[in-house]
Write a protein that binds this ligand. Structure first.
Ligand code: UN1
Length: 502
């Protein structure tokens, strides 16, 4: 059986704890994937020290050359895309087409970052004094602590690590405990590319990987004064703590937290299209996306008809191991996650007004009993005050609410503490533009599902979904760099700003 290692200062190393955590296939718990290190504070501190040392050299590598490393990373990922996806499905359960998409998002992010190595534009501005020039440059910050979730085990780490690297920072990466193997694959690829591009000038310690729990490894990131920035995707509770402690230490913190995304379907919408979208948005990735559709807001005029169409289609979704052909929905990622889903279903069942119209139970027929499967579940007659309408469930559970106008729909949509993704189906151009203006969310789709963000666009949310930063696209480069203003005086005399000119 495979025992996996951490990666510190350019070498694969056991944890000083000598302890391991096992990792199993959530679709078939008899399938043991491997043992991964339960790392300690000493391991983290060693990795941070290596990253700090590496920063001295990596920051001096020209940005286009740093970009070349990411170009090669993208090329290798592309060559191995199917193998990466197969193992990712085995590790976290979503279907092969989706893990291929997850890998492709990493490839897109690599090529974008590679080209950004030749941009990383600064600004210049005229000086207020003669014979003087004002410029500004992006400069790297230092060591980044990267903490990532299990639902996009390839794409999300790349969203953070690639821009961090191209900006000249070094990294200590703590992946989710449920997806350590994908993290090993990614770090191996980055290291291969580093060797290929830098050759004899290879710098150990630019990327370090530490497996282990949030409680130990994550906490050490907060304590360690040599970590300058933390990028975290996960729960709002943990995010608030990182912001609090990190803020006190003046660390730069980027948070991507919970969501309670909704799709609105107006009475003039293309219902077939809206149906495909909600099936994909709510039950793709078994509902385990930050951007998953967990509320469906139906106009009263089409409510009954649409719900009937939806329930018919949901009951046809095929559950199973995501690497098998014809499977639509994989398992929940773990037993604990499935229990959370089941607890929320019980909460829904206890609501007097809400009615279960699909699913509502574990799926245990045949081989499904070997994994953490849950039937795609729908509640109707949900009202905005109910917990199943307000709290993030992170599983295959959809709450259906009724609206009677665009304003009413938007009010319901906005009525949660979160604001990540959102969608509206309508053929009324005025309603579409009003929705774009009034929906409180970082992402709004018109006639599209709540999932499907592209790697070169800003990704993130408003309200309790984050702290104002975005991942993806051009905006993430602001998080991983800071500004240096440079004044060049070629007048040959002392010129005093604000004094000699006015
Ligand atoms: C997430 O939901 O955790 O937009 C990330 C999407 C993907 C990324 C989702 N491209 O659904």
């Amino acid at each position: 059986m495979d025992y996996f290692k951490n990666f510190i200062n350019g070498e694969w190393k056991d944890s000083s704890s000598g302890k391991y955590t096992e990792n199993r296939n959530p679709a078939n718990t008899e399938d043991l994937i491997g043992y991964f290190p339960s790392s300690t504070k000493e391991d983290v501190n060693e990795a941070v020290k290596a990253a700090r040392e590496a920063f001295k050299k990596w920051r001096l590598v020209p940005a286009p050359k740093r970009g070349d490393v990411l170009k090669v990373v993208g090329d290798i990922m592309l060559q191995r895309k199917d193998d990466i996806a197969f193992e990712m499905t085995r590790e976290m359960g979503k279907v092969f087409a989706e893990t291929k998409g997850d890998t492709q998002e990493g490839i897109d992010t690599a090529y974008y970052a590679a080209s950004e190595g030749r941009r990383l534009f600064g600004y210049n501005a005229p000086s207020e004094l003669p014979n003087k020039m004002n410029l500004s440059f992006r400069i790297p910050i230092g060591v980044g602590g990267i903490i990532t979730p299990w639902n996009f085990p390839m794409a999300i780490p790349t969203w953070k690590i690639f821009p961090a690297l191209v900006c000249g920072n070094t990294v200590v990466f703590k992946p989710a405990e449920l997806t350590p193997k994908t993290a090993n694959t990614l770090v191996k690829i980055i290291d291969e590319a580093m060797h290929e591009v830098l050759g004899k000038d290879y710098i150990p310690g630019v990327v370090n990987l530490i497996h282990g729990s949030g409680r130990v490894v994550g906490e050490c990131f907060l304590e360690n004064k040599e970590i300058d920035l933390i990028s975290f995707t996960g729960s709002t509770v943990v995010g608030k703590r990182i912001n609090e402690v990190g803020g006190r230490e003046l660390k730069r913190v980027s948070l991507e937290l919970g969501g309670k995304n909704a799709q609105i379907v107006m009475d003039d919408a293309n219902l077939e299209l809206a149906l495909d979208a909600v099936l994909w948005g709510a039950f793709g990735t078994t509902g385990q996306r930050c951007t998953a559709t967990s509320r469906l807001i139906l106009h009263e005029k089409i409510h009954d008809k649409f719900l009937k169409m939806l329930v018919e289609r949901v009951n046809k979704l095929k559950l199973g191991y995501g690497n098998d052909k014809g499977v639509d929905v994989g398992p929940c990622v773990s037993e604990a996650q499935r229990e959370t889903v089941n607890d929320y279903v019980k909460i829904g069942l206890n609501e007097d007004k809400a009615t279960l119209v699909a699913g509502g139970d574990y799926a245990k027929e045949g081989n499904l009993a070997k994994g953490w499967f849950y039937k795609p579940t729908i509640f109707k007659d949900v009202t905005p005050d109910m917990r199943i309408a307000k709290e993030e469930i992170f599983g295959p559970v959809l709450a259906v609410l009724k609206c009677n106008s665009l304003d009413n729909a938007v009010e319901i949509l906005n009525g949660t503490e979160y604001g990540l993704s959102s969608s509206i189906f309508t053929n009324n151009v005025n309603d579409a533009f009003r929705a774009v203006r009034d929906i409180q969310a970082g992402i709004t789709y018109i006639n599209g599902a709540t999932i499907g963000a592209e790697a070169h666009m800003p990704f993130g949310g408003v309200k309790a979904t984050g702290n104002g930063h975005r991942e993806g696209g051009w905006t993430v480069y602001d998080f991983y760099s800071e500004w240096k203003a440079v004044y060049i005086d070629y007048s040959g005399k002392l010129q005093r700003a604000q004094i000699d000119n006015y």
